[in-house]
Design a protein around this ligand. Structure first.
Ligand code: COA
Length: 175
């Protein structure tokens, strides 16, 4: 398996991956979100990664920058979305692509990374719910228990605050 940066030519394969990995209620929403991120230009680069096996895309994730409301400063990223093709799940594809992404944003100097998902999956990477509590995302969370964060280095960073995301995440249905 290889991990590489995704590009616009991967849009269809990425869309199909999410349509298969998520159930009907969320599949269209999350697949459109993944593809929108591929096309979005942000002042700080959005990182989209694909896992490739036998020339096929079997996994995908993205890390997009977040900006403090008070200063507009970019202080971290949010990991979203993430999916592995059902036929390839439970084979460490998800772990490998997430760790690759965390290393990448760490090397770019990010202080903190957020995720909104199942804590039983994300705790293994070091995400914690308590660290996230003082950081308020732009929309009300339907599932506050899933709001988590992880420090990427020991640099001091704001204790909390309201923040903004890239345009592709500006949809209350995603929160
Ligand atoms: C969640 C998902 C990305 C995991 O990918 P994966 O490649 O199957 O995960 P890995 O093989 O790297 O799993 C690593 C560990 O997490 C566990 N795990 C996998 N999926 C899990 C889930 N949904 N909930 C809790 N634990 C999970 C595995 O059992 C494994 O545990 P172990 O270390 O004790 O062996 C994949 O199942 C998926 O695409 N699901 C549908 C889409 C989705 O829910 N995405 C958002 C995640 S909140």
């Amino acid at each position: 398996m290889q991990i590489r940066e995704a590009n616009i030519k991967d849009s269809e394969a990425i869309k199909n991956l999410y349509l298969q990995a998520f159930d009907n209620l969320e599949a269209e929403l999350v697949s459109d979100f993944a593809v929108n991120l591929l096309h979005e230009k942000s002042t700080i680069n959005i990182i989209s990664l694909v896992a490739i096996d036998n020339d096929a895309i079997i996994g995908h994730t993205s890390f997009s920058p977040v900006f403090l409301d008070s200063t507009n400063e970019n202080f971290g990223y949010i990991l979203a979305p993430l999916a592995v093709l059902p036929t390839h799940q439970k084979n460490r594809v998800g772990s490998t692509i997430v760790k690759h992404g965390l290393d990448t944003i760490g090397s770019l100097g990010a202080f903190i990374v957020f995720v909104y998902g199942n804590p039983q999956y994300y705790y293994r990477f070091g995400f914690k719910t308590d660290l996230a509590q003082n950081f308020t995302p732009p929309y009300t969370l339907q599932y506050p228990q899933g709001w988590q964060a992880m420090k990427l280095n020991s640099t001091a960073f704001p204790d909390g605050g309201k923040f903004q995301c890239v345009n592709s995440l500006n949809d209350p249905k995603l929160w």
